[in-house]
Design a protein around this ligand. Structure first.
Ligand code: IMP
Length: 193
């Protein structure tokens, strides 16, 4: 597929920056929801990451007439039977901050016998009537207290397997190489050929 322009269906500056860093070298002009003032917030009310990712990309593609790429991510914690999963953004309540969510997670895991967790991202591409999804997973563990100031969301408490540092301590290039989102976008890049 030959794409000249792409709109990232997100208002999250961290996500946009991570995706742009990977896509820019391909010679694709990467826009985002922020470049289209008329676009509204998409309510993420589906029960799966794929459902939410497709909903966001479909809306942005139909409103802009351009190919749209979205992502939906969840943190799946083994001791919590896969929670917070698709509800990761609202784990501590409707208007929870990153800090609220991380604090709640640490409390929930206080007496856990395993701290294994994984991030899962589904990236959706909608280009006219064509729809494709790409999945990326990054396994690791939730550490007992926050470390680092980079990244966003649950990054300060997530240590990917094979690394001593948390995502918030790793530089963005390393995070992109091994992260759930990085891996999902890499699959998208391979798909483009
Ligand atoms: P969503 O994909 O924007 O719905 O993200 C769900 C939740 O996971 C939000 O609370 C995000 O902060 C968090 N999240 C998404 N991607 C990452 C990441 O790469 N690192 C840490 N947290 C993330």
């Amino acid at each position: 597929m030959n794409l000249k322009q792409l709109v990232i269906a997100s208002r999250n500056p961290h996500k946009i920056q991570e995706m742009q860093q990977i896509l820019q070298p391909l010679g694709i002009e990467v826009l985002s929801t922020q470049d289209f003032a008329e676009l509204e917030e998409v309510v993420e009310d589906k029960e799966t990451l794929q459902g939410n990712a497709l909903k966001k990309a479909r809306y942005v593609a139909s409103e802009t007439g351009l190919p749209a790429l979205s992502d939906d991510t969840g943190l799946e914690v083994e001791a919590l039977d896969g929670a917070p999963g698709v509800y990761s953004a609202r784990y501590a309540g409707k208007n929870a901050s990153y800090q609220d969510n991380v604090d709640k997670l640490l409390v929930e895991l206080k007496n856990a016998t395993t701290r294994k967790a994984q991030f899962r991202t589904v990236v959706a591409l909608v280009n006219g009537a064509e729809e494709f999804t790409f999945e990326g997973v990054c396994k690791g563990e939730i550490i007992t207290e926050k470390r680092g100031s980079g990244g966003f969301g649950y990054d300060p408490v997530f240590r990917p397997d094979g690394y001593e540092k948390t995502f918030a301590e790793l530089d963005s290039e390393t995070k992109n190489k091994i992260s759930h989102r990085g891996r999902a976008i890499q699959k998208f890049v391979e798909f483009l050929g």
